[in-house]
Design a protein around this ligand. Structure first.
Ligand code: GLA
Ligand code: GLA
Ligand code: GLA
Length: 683
């Protein structure tokens, strides 16, 4: 067991002393006859697999009836893996309750917002707050921990699987009871709840806790604070399940680190992972690329945020795909080179393990068209060859294991509560998408060749010279104070439309928008002015805004206008403003500009903040840079964002790895969409 910066870290397989990057997959041997297992393990060694996640969906196999256990097959495969030097991240197997349990106890099944039961037939059909489910799940966890706690293959515990992927919002009576308890702890009295929820509105006033419900199907817009608290509660309820399993594991096997796979990706937003991170011994994440113009920027954004949720320490990429998935409307295969590029972009942002869903592509079941490391076609396939090459690349990069993220000078601030709240119904527009705005700023920074961290709002923001906090909608007084102090100490803050508007109860800060940030930004807005889908508005810096505009009034002499609206009702009014505060500044962008439109604003504010690209001119925007560091070296990961080869001249360092891509293999040339890793002396 390595202690890693106070975090318990994996015992890496077979060689606990030398650093090593993990490489493997979810492994579901129960889907195959016994003789295939020998073939699996042989092929895993060909590929260089050193760790697998086992038994994730094995509950029905391990416990076929309430009082019948079958560990023989699991003993067999644990032994087989260990004999072959492959470590196991062993699941607690609680993700998918077996039919005997849901038949005996249908009261564990979730209920949706409309009151419909979520029946068995897929997976994760359990109420996070069901005491009956909890009891059965913990019994299984205890049985597994007791049996495998000292098995030499066991490297880590994998709690459940993607908690909340399908069951984040449960509106059952169990949920209602637990929600009331949660609210009672938060508010203490019904009167305080009435205040916080603003129940003077629409005769919603409660006179007893028993009257309070989850936001079930309602006649019109449900109470917004009830909705926000239900989101907070639902994330906490799953966190509580994580803790309950972890408590058993720590009691029975105190030396084995515990994790669970987060889903920092795309629009998966119900679980407040920044709040969960301290509950696990090491952070693990699953990520799937969704096609689109910013697909790879989104991968980088997610990996970056995961690394910062992990406090800059290494984390574990538990799942991604070798090629197509099965759950998008159209499931596109990855282009040649894409597998390594995606994997190594995660490593660039701090992943010390690269794992996939799943090892052997299923022949049956809902995921049979989801790619695996060993596809239907078998070992004689481009995917398996790419997998094997990646295994070799990760061995070449072994010295990177254990190194940490090097902090950037700029950061994009990410806030779950603003994400949840800004997208509520009954708002000025239902078109606003929090994460897309945040991603646009990240893309714009990448386009300018500027390295930026993506950090939760709870991070130590004062370390950054420039903070971009898009749609920072929920601003409690304490956060406003932090931001004021940040700017007063010379920091440069950029924020956007619909920021600073409400407090932690989703109550509007009165006196004019942007509420809690009005004084800091030196502006005042009386009315929102969102745009219709077919409307856009020109700015005098040549950019175009969509979605939103504001009629900005300037209330502070230190505010300068960086860009004016020049079309529509707003012609001649300020669109982008900046207030200087000593050596710091606070910039406001009142419309959605998209990555290209954000570039001029960013160029200006980066200049003011003295933050510059670390890349030579020829690579800026073309290549993404991420940096990891050890005590005496730094590792530059360069990811070619373009379909053209790029010469790396002008970048110092020893080439540790160069992905061969396209026909352009030439010394010092980074192929299309390829990754290179350079070792440099610590500066
Ligand atoms: C998730 C799950 C896996 C599998 C993959 C498919 O990550 O954890 O079990 O369903 O998605 O993409
Ligand atoms: C209706 C209702 C009012 C209010 C308005 C809002 O007219 O009677 O209570 O909700 O809609 O447009
Ligand atoms: C998530 C999961 C996948 C799949 C999709 C469905 O991304 O990881 O397994 O269930 O959701 O949208």
């Amino acid at each position: 067991m390595q202690e890693h910066h106070g975090h318990r870290w994996l015992r890496w397989p077979s060689d606990p002393v030398r650093p090593r990057l993990g490489f493997g997959a979810d492994y579901n041997p129960e889907q195959w006859p016994r003789h295939v297992w020998d073939d699996d393990v042989r092929a895993m060694k060909v590929a260089g697999v050193n760790i697998v996640s086992l038994a994730i969906f094995s509950w029905a196999r391990i416990q076929p009836r309430a009082d019948e256990w079958d560990f023989a097959w699991l003993d067999d495969i644990m032994d087989l893996l260990h004999t072959n030097g492959i470590a196991v991240d062993l699941a607690t197997a609680t993700a998918s309750p077996p039919p005997w349990l849901t038949t005996a106890h249908p009261e564990i099944l979730p209920v949706d917002r409309d009151g419909r039961t979520v029946w068995p037939g897929a997976r994760q059909h359990w109420r996070p707050t069901s005491p009956v489910f909890r009891e059965h799940a913990l019994r299984l966890v205890r049985a597994l921990a007791g049996r495998y706690g000292s098995h030499p293959a066991l490297a880590a515990w994998h709690v459940n699987n993607e908690l909340g992927c399908h069951n984040i919002y449960d509106y059952s009576d169990d949920a209602a009871a637990a929600f009331r308890q949660w609210l009672c702890r938060r508010y203490g009295t019904v009167e305080a709840l009435n205040q916080a929820w603003g129940t003077a509105f629409w005769s919603q006033r409660y006179s007893d806790w028993a009257q309070v419900l989850p936001p079930r199907l309602a006649a019109s817009h449900p109470n917004p604070t009830q909705q926000l608290d239900f989101k907070r509660f639902s994330s906490d309820a799953l966190k509580d399940h994580l803790r309950a399993e972890r408590t058993v594991l720590r009691e029975v096997t105190p030396g084995i680190p515990v994790t669970t796979n987060f889903m920092v990706m795309g629009e998966t937003k119900g679980m407040h992972y920044a709040d969960w991170a301290s509950e696990v011994d090491f952070v693990a994440n699953d990520h799937y690329v969704v096609p689109g113009p910013q697909a790879f920027d989104e991968l980088s954004f997610s990996a970056n945020l995961t690394g910062n949720i992990a406090g800059g320490r290494p984390w574990y990429l538990m799942e991604h795909s070798t090629s197509a998935v099965n759950w998008q409307p159209v499931n596109v295969a990855k282009a040649p080179g894409g597998l390594a590029r995606d994997s190594l972009t995660h490593v660039a942002h701090g992943a010390d393990a690269v794992c996939f869903f799943q090892w052997r592509q299923s022949a049956a079941g809902a995921e049979k068209y989801h790619s695996g490391m060993l596809p239907h076609a078998g070992e004689d396939s481009a995917v398996f060859r790419a997998v094997t090459e990646l295994g070799a690349a990760l061995r070449d990069l072994a010295e990177v294991a254990g190194t940490t993220r090097q902090r950037a000078r700029a950061a994009v601030v990410f806030d779950w509560e603003s994400w949840w709240t800004a997208e509520h119904d009954s708002h000025p527009t239902d078109r606003l998408r929090y994460r897309r705005e945040a991603l646009d700023w990240y893309t714009a920074l990448l386009d300018l060749g500027v390295r930026a961290d993506v950090v939760p709002v709870t991070a130590e923001l004062e370390h950054y010279d420039l903070l971009v906090a898009p749609i920072l909608h929920v601003v409690p007084a304490a956060l406003a104070d932090r931001l004021r102090a940040y700017v007063a100490n010379g920091g440069h803050l950029v924020t956007t439309y619909f920021s600073g508007i409400v407090d932690e109860h989703d109550h509007v800060w009165l006196g004019g928008y942007p509420g809690a940030l009005r004084d800091l930004l030196g502006i005042r807005i009386e009315e929102f002015a969102p745009l219709l889908d077919d409307q856009c508005v020109e700015l005098d810096n040549g950019t175009t805004g969509i979605l939103w505009t504001d009629r900005i009034g300037i209330i502070d002499a230190d505010v300068e206008v960086l860009a004016w609206y020049k079309s529509g009702d707003l012609a001649g009014r300020a669109a982008i403003t900046r207030r200087s505060v000593g050596t710091g500044s606070a910039t406001y962008v009142s419309t959605r500009l998209g990555p290209a439109g954000l570039r001029p604003v960013l160029t200006d504010v980066l200049d003011t903040a003295g933050v510059h690209s670390e890349l030579p001119d020829t690579l800026r925007g073309q290549v993404e840079l991420a940096v990891r560091q050890s005590a005496d070296a730094e590792y530059w990961f360069l990811v070619n964002r373009t379909g053209e080869p790029r010469e790396l001249s002008g970048v110092e360092g020893t080439i540790l790895y160069m992905q061969q891509a396209g026909d352009t293999a030439a010394p010092g040339v980074l192929g299309p969409h390829a990754v290179s890793v350079l070792r440099r002396r610590q500066v």
